[in-house]
Design a protein around this ligand. Structure first.
Ligand code: NAG
Ligand code: NAG
Ligand code: NAG
Ligand code: NAG
Ligand code: NAG
Length: 449
């Protein structure tokens, strides 16, 4: 990672002055937005090698972890939804189907050593998005998008853990992995988000009840403040009495879209208030109207995972507009400004359209590059096509994906057992956590208690 940033910085220094003029983006012209999105999507696709002979479909090469590949395929599904360009559909379907694992719940054996609920959920949410957006269904003898998302949900619900902290999900699935004692916000937020969306798609009230329960727990545990700021997580060995107050864009985003979906289902004032509250809380992530990762961009310490987080806040802000149209004027100005700023940052070598990390840096390419940088720029740019697309479908209104309310049961009834592996190298979604950023905790200016 050190080498990588050093190289990035050097490239920036050498090429910053004479790099080509970024990506053209005229937000008034849908074709311009599509073309910009295509350029950035192609840049992201270059990192993927899983479709090459001998490689493993669904995996990104080092240093990218498995969860981020799931997130990336979610962005390719979004890309198709916004542009109708099918060029990444085949690699996306191939990757998702290859990674379903023995019990078709996105728990492939190869990931056991580091498998968190959040990692599993990023793949599950990609499948759920495919169902909601009407992404082409897999052949009938293959697992189906909706059933895959239900399998993720069905395997996670029984992991609800009342033993400490009055409930919630632990970060890690297996006790032998580091992080098993951490109840983190992204794992719980992904479950909330999926429960709300499954409730909307299927009309099955039990998902909606789970979403309610997860919201209440998040508030009660202190992982969300009264003014709707979302913190990173908490140690269950201390019964969640100490909260790690670092704030990440994707935590706010995952709850935002879940809350907006709950409003869409219920039309209840309390969900409107909550959605509005989360939107107000987002201001910590905006400099003016430009999105930034407050916890690490200023200090220059964003790790590989964290470089992708703005993608998810962008993705879920746009999705929110679709299920709660009254949020349009609250969210779209920020999406527009952030997209323009992101496009300006997409001016790096070697092709003159490689995207940097810091959208607040203006037109001078900041020298950073990677899957996270491309994905974030892609999501915020294509989000500007939100008026041009239909909203998410449901089972009885346009949805074609086949579900299975009992999917994943094999995994629950008969969980596979593993010998304890000593790893010590746990790295997965949201691994900022206690170790890496402990040093930051003391004096971070942006932490709002
Ligand atoms: C697991 O790893 C093996 C060996 O590298 C590979 O052949 C297989 O395709 C992988 N499976 C998944 C689901 O990634
Ligand atoms: C956890 O506790 C809650 C509240 O007391 C209860 O409703 C729920 O059924 C319990 N869940 C499990 C899995 O025991
Ligand atoms: C753990 O914290 C919860 C509140 O989050 C409290 O209700 C419970 O009594 C605590 N348990 C212990 C053993 O302190
Ligand atoms: C509703 O969802 C629950 C939880 O997954 C499931 O157990 C139940 O069978 C579903 N009901 C129907 C009618 O599909
Ligand atoms: C819920 O979302 C759908 C999909 O975009 C939309 O058509 C519908 O109008 C929304 N419902 C409400 C009450 O806004």
């Amino acid at each position: 990672m050190f080498f990588r940033s050093w190289k990035g910085a050097l490239c920036g220094a050498l090429l910053g002055a004479n790099s080509v003029a970024a990506i053209d983006l005229d937000l008034g012209q849908p074709d311009s937005i599509k073309k910009a999105a295509q350029t950035v999507a192609k840049g992201m696709r270059k990192y993927y090698t899983g479709d090459k002979p001998g490689d493993i479909p669904g995996n990104l090469p080092d240093p990218y972890y498995w969860w981020e590949a799931g997130a990336m395929f979610g962005s390719f599904i979004d890309y198709w939804y916004y542009t109708k360009d099918t060029q990444f559909n085949d690699i996306t379907t191939q990757a998702l189907l290859h990674q379903v694992g023995a019990n078709k719940a996105f728990m492939p054996d190869n990931q056991t050593r580091t498998l968190g609920n959040d990692d599993q959920a990023f793949w599950g949410m990609a499948a759920l998005t495919a169902a909601e957006n009407g992404f082409p269904d897999p052949p009938p003898d293959q697992p189906q998008w909706l059933a895959l998302a239900q399998a993720v949900f069905n395997t996670q619900a029984p992991r609800w853990d009342n033993a400490t902290c009055n409930g919630g999900l632990k970060w890690q699935i297996y006790p032998f992995n580091n992080g098993y004692n951490y109840k983190n916000t992204i794992s719980n937020g992904c479950f909330f988000n999926m429960a709300a969306r499954l409730g909307r798609y299927t009309g099955n009230q039990s998902y909606v009840n789970w979403a309610d329960e997860m919201w209440d727990w998040t508030a009660g545990s202190g992982l969300m403040s009264d003014d709707y700021h979302f913190y990173d997580g908490t140690d269950d060995r201390q019964n969640c009495s100490e909260v790690n107050h670092i704030q990440w864009t994707y935590n706010a985003g995952v709850y935002l879209y879940g809350a907006a979906t709950m409003w869409n289902i219920t039309n209840a004032d309390k969900w409107r208030k909550r959605t509005e509250g989360i939107i107000a809380g987002l201001s910590v992530f905006f400099e003016g109207e430009i999105m930034f990762e407050v916890a690490c961009e200023v200090t220059g310490t964003c790790n590989v995972d964290q470089r992708s987080f703005k993608a998810y806040l962008s993705r879920w802000m746009a999705a929110t507009v679709k299920v709660a149209s009254w949020t349009n004027e609250l969210l779209m100005p920020r999406i527009r400004s952030s997209a323009k700023a992101a496009a300006l940052q997409c001016s790096g070598a070697p092709d003159g359209v490689t995207c940097g990390l810091r959208w607040t840096a203006g037109a001078a390419y900041d020298g950073e590059a990677g899957v996270g940088e491309q994905m974030s720029a892609l999501e915020v740019i294509q989000a500007n096509l939100i008026d041009k697309v239909d909203g998410p479908v449901t089972a009885n209104n346009g949805g074609t994906s086949k579900g299975d309310a009992g999917a994943g049961a094999e995994e629950v009834v008969n969980p596979r057992t593993y010998n304890v592996i000593t790893t010590g190298d746990k790295v997965g979604a949201g691994f900022l956590t206690t170790i890496l950023l402990a040093g930051l905790l003391g004096g971070a200016w942006w932490m709002i208690a």
